[in-house]
Design a protein around this ligand. Structure first.
Ligand code: CA
Length: 406
């Protein structure tokens, strides 16, 4: 954590430099560095004294403590240790590049890319300009009914689901009883309280309470954990997501929802999700992305479950990313769920589809508590509903179905 603290201050300084020399950055965030809303590549730092935020990957067995000291000796500001992938995230000044490239203990240096909530080209899925809805008598959102998750005996009780997102409004009356903990990996001294709304919305689709108000989730008694890896503009660094994966591994998380993505294929990201899935036994469900192109990362990695969007008529919206990596489709158009300050909102995106599938995964885990992620995947496949009017690039194995939790 000491590493993190030093780096945070330095990153903040560089963040301010960024805001002075780019034209597409997000708002100043009180949780950490200023970061660009662009999801492409690492932050550009082209002014004098340029430093880039990178992930330095060492050969297996490296002593990260000693390597961190060595990096600092080269004028590198270290940010955090990423133990499972033998790496350290760091701000690397240009003058240190050649030294690091010739260091035999370093395997690779990856960009610490920006990962974000993907906004759709036409702004569909952005929080509506209207005020969010006030609470009302509980209604079952159409998505819950469409995947046959309405009124089940299996409620996902005892399953730990982590929402890697902008946080969770843990005081929301339709969520609070299910929220059991979390972490803010952007700044570990701050809480994981949601300052955007997106993470709260995702959380409600997974596990809003079956009570008298608002909405109901797919797995209304699952335990929710907020892993705040995205700032209030909906963007975050890959290294903070990798830190969140390590937190999930030591905290007994069964299922992770990642309604976030990047176009960049980064080996450190793939290695980190592979470890969480294959070694830590966590089912990782990811949104495919919303730019109407191929499937983004991490959804496109083999160890994660990639989810595309359908609407209430089983049509795939033009903005849903599709392709061979898609594993399942799930409702993602006009989804009502929980929002900040105890309210509710109806929004669209594969960000809304992924939590339907994560909820189904939670039901499957509840019914098969010792199953591996591969086994949970095969259960979900055998219960999915293949839609004849859709291609397999659009729906993968079909629309997720709650019978996977029988
Ligand atoms: Ca409710």
């Amino acid at each position: 954590m000491k590493l993190k603290q030093t780096g945070f201050l330095i990153a903040l300084v560089f963040g301010l430099i960024v805001s002075a020399c780019t034209d597409d950055m997000g708002p100043l965030d009180d949780n950490g560095p200023v970061i660009s809303e662009s999801s492409q590549g690492a932050i550009q730092m082209t002014n004098n004294g340029a430093a880039r935020r990178m992930i330095v990957v060492f050969k297996e067995g490296a002593d990260l403590e000693a390597q961190g000291q060595k990096l600092r000796g080269f004028g590198v500001a270290t940010l955090s240790k990423l133990n499972k992938i033998h790496a350290i995230s760091a701000m690397i000044p240009e003058h240190a590049n050649s030294v690091l490239l010739n260091d035999p203990s370093i395997l690779r240096i990856d960009e610490d890319v920006i990962v974000s909530i993907k906004k759709k080209p036409d702004g569909v899925g952005k929080p509506p300009k209207d005020e969010p809805d006030e609470p009302d008598n509980q209604q079952t959102p159409y998505g819950i009914t469409l995947i046959n998750a309405d009124g089940l005996a299996n409620t996902g009780s005892g399953v730990n689901v982590a929402v890697f997102d902008t946080g969770i409004d843990y005081n929301h009356p339709d969520l609070a009883a299910n929220v059991k903990g979390g972490i803010n990996t952007i700044n570990t001294k701050k809480s994981y309280k949601d300052d955007n709304g997106h993470g709260t919305h995702v959380s409600g689709t997974i596990a809003a309470l079956d009570n008298s108000e608002g909405v109901v989730g797919v797995a209304p008694q699952a335990n929710l954990y907020g892993v705040k890896v995205l700032d209030r503009s909906g963007s975050g660094y890959l290294s903070d997501i990798i830190e969140g994966l390590e937190w999930a591994e030591v905290n007994g998380i069964d299922v992770i929802n990642m309604s976030l993505s990047t176009d960049s294929d980064i080996q450190s990201f793939e290695d980190a999700v592979d470890y969480a899935c294959n070694s830590a036994g966590i089912v990782i469900v990811c949104a495919a992305g919303n730019d109407g192109t191929t499937v983004d990362y991490p959804a496109a990695y083999a160890s994660t479950i990639a989810i595309s969007a359908i609407d209430s008529t089983y049509a795939v919206p033009y903005w849903s990313n599709i392709g061979k990596p898609i594993d399942f489709a799930a409702p993602g158009v006009g989804i009502k769920s929980t929002w900040l300050k105890g309210k509710y909102n109806t929004i669209s995106g594969t960000s809304m589809s992924s939590p339907h599938a994560a909820g189904i995964a939670a039901l499957a885990v509840a019914a098969n508590s010792s199953a591996t992620p591969a086994h949970i995947m095969s259960i979900m496949v055998s219960h999915a509903d293949y839609i004849g009017s859709l291609t397999s690039n659009q729906q993968g194995n079909g629309v997720v179905d709650a019978s996977a939790g029988l």
